[in-house]
Design a protein around this ligand. Structure first.
Ligand code: ATR
Length: 475
């Protein structure tokens, strides 16, 4: 019985769970599978005899089918599903067993669960997994957080099934130990926030190109061209494919018949909420979340559309090629700002929650497998590895490229503003750039106002201590 026991068990046989289980099997691991409802397990067994899964009908059999210390990955509906699964497992497990949650958990839930399992001498690993269905099967980006001890048991298996980037010393896995308790899910959350921003910027770039008269097919060519340079990334690549798609029913570009209301599942919102909680400026990520919210507010849009005057979004360009190049540069700059904001959020959170996070490693494991995979991440991880950076923006090669692209970026924001093309992402990114590099900010005036109406006091630039002024308006 011992020889046939499984090296890893996967709970949850929906698409992500079954694909991850197949990924383990494809890497030669004896894999046990379990699902609350047997029918799903049975369907996976039937569809994938090649995986030689060890399937169980009951959770007791499933736990018994695993070699010790047991390694179990939970891939169920995040939230109540995760807690329910954990509660059925706990009484069946033994000290030293390792439970990995590969779902999209909120990092505070992961911290709570880690503490709960630790009290039972069980290891809990919160692993952010990015890459969707295909990634789960062929190699996702994996961000595991938990005790370092648990990583010695599951780390190499997770690294095996992760996406790979060819490196000078062989393939580099897109999986590395992130830090304790909720750190892995936190990093995954920020990854998603950056993904929102990336997509918003792409949308703004497309609006600008369309405003300048490019057809969807012409814009598709532009994005395909951009994908061969500094913007080389999964999202830019698929943007050109989405824009090229023709609708079979109408013959129009498909993008023109899709309802312009964006959905979201919450991880972008979490990122912004956490940036507010920690007081980390991440306005460009926030603008991306708000833009989706605005798009999905039909009453607001209807009322405003009929009430408000302004230019119609047509961008008059003399030199189309030059304008397209300006938009490319602006897109690159905005993207860098979103990464800077997200990585800064990780840095501050690490201090707040006591995580020893290597920011260079986060960027490194995002280079393949996940939605935000991009050539830029090579540069970002190298810069963080080589320099002690407070912000990505001070990295030598990044600041040089931002300086060079500055005129283009400003021209794009100015022209979009004049033409009435909404660019909350591009403009907030540029404002962030100008705000954080400013010698002095308008906060001096804010402090004056606060002291005026609330005696909140202020500090002076030339003397220690706090001061209050008896303002002429004080009554
Ligand atoms: P998908 O959207 O791809 O279906 P999901 O909703 O995130 O994926 O996850 C569904 C999985 O979580 C299923 O395996 C489901 O089990 P059932 O097939 O029995 O429905 C599992 N799941 C959801 N809630 C659960 C719970 N409370 N306890 C155990 N498993 C649960």
């Amino acid at each position: 019985e011992k020889t046939s026991s499984a090296q890893i068990g996967v709970v949850g046989m929906a698409v992500m769970g079954s694909n991850l289980a197949r990924n383990f099997a494809n890497h030669g691991y004896r894999t046990a599978i379990f699902n609350r409802t047997w029918a799903k397990t049975e369907a996976v067994l039937t569809a994938h005899p090649e995986a030689h899964f060890i399937a169980s009908q009951t959770v007791e059999e499933f736990v018994d089918s695993l070699e010790k210390p047991r390694r179990i990955i939970i891939m169920v509906k995040a939230g109540a599903g995760t807690d329910a699964t954990i509660d059925t497992l706990i009484p069946l497990l033994e000290p030293g067993d390792i439970v990995v949650d590969g779902g999209n958990a909120f990092f505070q839930d992961t911290r709570r669960r880690e503490e709960k399992l630790r009290a039972h001498d069980l290891h809990f690993v919160g692993a952010g997994i990015s890459g969707g269905e295909t990634g789960a099967l062929e190699g996702p980006s994996i961000m595991p957080g938990g005790s370092e001890h648990s990583y010695t048991y599951v780390g190499s298996m997770l690294e095996d099934i992760s996406a790979k980037v060819p490196g000078p010393n062989g393939d580099e896995p897109c999986c590395t130990y992130i830090g304790t308790d909720g750190s892995g899910h936190f990093v995954k959350m920020v990854h998603n926030g950056i993904e929102y921003a990336d997509m918003q910027f792409i949308g703004e770039a497309y609006d600008l190109l369309a405003g300048a008269g490019l057809s969807a097919a012409e814009a598709a060519d532009v994005f395909a061209e951009w994908n061969t340079g500094d913007l080389d990334s999964f999202l830019i690549e698929i943007t050109s494919e989405v824009l090229r798609q023709t609708d079979a029913r109408t013959g129009k570009p498909l993008v023109d018949v899709i309802v312009d209301a964006a959905g979201m599942k919450g991880t972008g919102t979490w990122t912004v909420q956490e940036s507010l909680t920690l007081g980390v400026p991440a306005a460009s990520i926030a603008e991306a979340v708000f833009a989706r919210a605005a798009s999905s507010s039909p009453e607001l849009r209807k009322a405003a559309r009929s009430a408000l005057e302004g230019p119609d979004g047509t961008v008059t360009v003399e030199d189309r090629a030059a304008f397209v190049e300006d938009v490319r540069q602006a897109l690159w700059c905005a993207k860098v700002i979103a990464y800077a904001q997200g990585l800064h959020l990780i840095k501050v959170a690490a201090v707040e929650y006591g995580w020893d996070i290597d920011v260079a490693a986060c960027a490194r494991i995002w280079r393949a497998g996940c939605i935000i995979r991009a050539k830029l991440l090579d540069r970002i991880s190298n810069e963080y590895a080589a320099n002690d950076l407070e912000t990505l923006l001070e990295a030598p090669s990044i600041k040089a490229m931002l300086a060079e692209a500055n005129p283009s970026w400003r021209r794009v924001v100015a022209r979009a503003t004049e033409a009435g093309v909404p660019i909350p992402g591009f403009s907030s990114a540029l404002s962030y750039y100008d705000l954080v590099r400013a010698e002095r900010t308008n906060a001096a005036l804010t402090q004056g106002l606060r002291d005026f109406f609330g005696s909140h006091t202020y500090r002076r630039i030339d003397t220690e201590g706090t001061f209050h002024t008896v303002w002429s308006g004080d009554r």
